[in-house]
Design a protein around this ligand. Sequence first.
Ligand code: PLP
Length: 366
Amino acid sequence: MSFPEINKDDIKSVEEVIRSGRLALGPKNEEFETETAAYIGVNHAIAVSSGTAALHLITKSLGINRNDQVLVPSFTFAASVNAIIFEGAQPVFTDIETDTYNIDPEDAEKKITDKTKAIMVVDVFGHPAEWDAIGRIADRYNLKVIDDSCEAIGAVYKGKKLGRFGDAAAFAFYPNKQMTTGEGGMIVTNNDTVARMCRSLRNQGREEMGSWLEHDYLGYNYRLDEMSAALGVSQLKRLDAMLEKRDSVARMYTEKLNVFDWVTPPVVKPYVRMSWFVYVVTLAEGLDRDEMIRVMETEGIPARGYFAPIHTQKYIRNLLGDLQGTLPVTETIAKRTLALPFHNNMTGEEVELVVDVLRQAVMKFA
Ligand SMILES: *Cc1c(COP(=O)(O)O)cnc(C)c1O
């Protein structure tokens, strides 16, 4: 489906750390943080053990708690919602826009109550959310803004890199992301207080200058190890080159798919730079997406539905009751989306094969 791109420099960088004997709490974390902060253009970057950990620590550092509601799209990965639930706050699910599938600012505004403390924005599939509209709403209602940019490192909205919007943003480095550290994540922010809290909370609630057995807060072990950080430093150097490659694979797909009326390629707004995480198309209404997936799989092409809305998941039903029917756009779109095989080094022939197998699957049912 998707493969990380590991080269000799990556291997050398990790090997050096292993040979050095310094495997945790070391200079590679600092280097990874400094380089990431410079790449994004923010004051602080805090490396953590996953994107989920990043979202959790941001949520906690912003003081979100059991008295609060947080607006969040359901069309996302579970971690965006879970970070809110971990802190006892209530996720309030928000519908999505019909083109980019990002959070719909108008629907978000309608769902604001006097308990709404924050909005969790997700840059879905690597396409920036509508940050101008979100910023206006956040100002008007005095909301905290968390950017789940775990699918969008390197993306740009109107000339400004993601990671610089909202109070803080999270990136993720699982092997299916645009760059990887194995497991890993990063918090970026210009807020000094949030940065300090996140640094402490990832390290068992220790203060920067405190001793090993002194804990000022209820913290976690969300640290990133040095091997992962070394891989991150090496990968970050190639991030823009890797994003370019992904962009040309996406362009090949879109060019080939544009000629068919039974599929809509991903929408890319003219004022953004996409950071392609996955390549997700939308099938025409009436086509049985799951049947297409089965047919493609028999031809050796892995494809899958993406995302499965969070408000209809079993654990949310157990927690918040039956929410089926409350998010019309999310529910119709999620039945029709299809993630096609996508990685940095896909060739034109491979793209052509996928499109051909998809076309044959669709024709079977036409
Ligand atoms: C990948 C991802 C995360 C974080 O995932 P981890 O596996 O914890 O690194 C969070 N939100 C979204 C939208 C993601 O795609």
